[in-house]
Design a protein around this ligand. Structure first.
Ligand code: ADP
Ligand code: MG
Length: 250
């Protein structure tokens, strides 16, 4: 089953063409890693997928439903239910973006109860189960700033999961963590992948991309320059830009 289909995505900020024509497909249970130089448009692309940014051209289909499409005259049209479609994707950011004035448990319950209007008692049960899963149940009544960066990011992951997304988007989830704290977050993401969650992960963690991703996309200069299974991308890169990128980071 195809979960995401993005075709010919264009995005400009004024005169700056950040995404020139991006294509990506993601099937159910796939883990797609997006790598590439800073400023290449990776974050912008993720934000376009879940409508945090609007596109200037192209088509995005989520779970068979058209979120946005562009006609032959270049008119971009978002579906009337585009916000609901976008909500099927949970997102985790580089900066954890937890609500500082709410406890861990309240952070998880906020959107399911107040946005999705679900039953609080049920949500609380699920929230506690998710906290247990990320190993932080004993922190349920703490405030986020009392936690380490790695713990905060695991709470952010649990919070996104509490919305019952069927796709998870991660934007450099370990980039603002001290090196000794990245492992626990990557482990949480690995577990999620083993549970067959469909994931798109922008990352500089090449070990993670190599071992967990089913497909790696190299994005630079507004295009996907090369894509393939990790063994191909890391073991036998063809694109010159990709070769020099890999040299610069490995
Ligand atoms: P990456 O995540 O690959 O580092 P970004 O998507 O953050 O790249 O940025 C791509 C380009 O778009 C950069 O040149 C950045 O300055 C620009 N950009 C990103 N967001 C905005 C914005 N809201 N307004 C103007 N320019 C932006
Ligand atoms: Mg970025």
């Amino acid at each position: 089953m195809r979960k995401i289909e993005a075709k010919s995505i264009c995005k400009k900020f004024d005169d700056l063409e950040v995404l020139k024509s991006i294509d990506m497909t993601v099937d159910e249970g796939e883990v797609v890693a997006i790598i590439g130089p800073s400023g290449g448009g990776k974050s912008t692309f993720l934000r376009c997928l879940n409508k945090l940014e609007t596109i200037n051209g192209g088509t995005i289909i989520i779970d068979g439903e058209t979120l946005v499409s562009t006609d032959e005259n270049g008119n971009v049209r978002y579906a009337d239910n585009s916000s609901r479609i976008a909500c099927r994707m949970g997102m985790v950011f580089q900066q954890f973006n937890l609500f500082p004035h709410m406890t861990v448990l309240e952070n998880l319950m906020e959107a399911p109860v107040h946005v999705q209007k679900r039953n609080p008692a049920e949500v609380q049960k699920e929230a506690e189960a998710l906290l247990e899963k990320v190993g932080l149940l004993e922190k349920r009544d703490q405030y986020p700033l009392r936690l380490s960066g790695g713990q905060q990011q695991r709470v952010a992951i649990a919070r996104a999961l509490c919305m019952k997304p069927d796709i998870m988007l991660f934007d450099e989830p370990t980039s603002s963590l001290d090196p000794e704290l990245t492992g626990e977050v990557l482990k949480t993401m690995r577990n999620l992948a083993e549970d067959h969650m469909t994931m798109v992960v922008v990352t500089h963690e090449m070990g993670f991309a190599r071992e967990v991703a089913t497909k790696v996309l190299f994005m630079a200069d507004g295009y996907i320059q090369e894509q393939g299974v990790p063994e191909e991308i890391f073991g036998n890169p063809k694109n010159e830009r990709l070769k020099s990128f890999l040299k610069s980071i490995l």
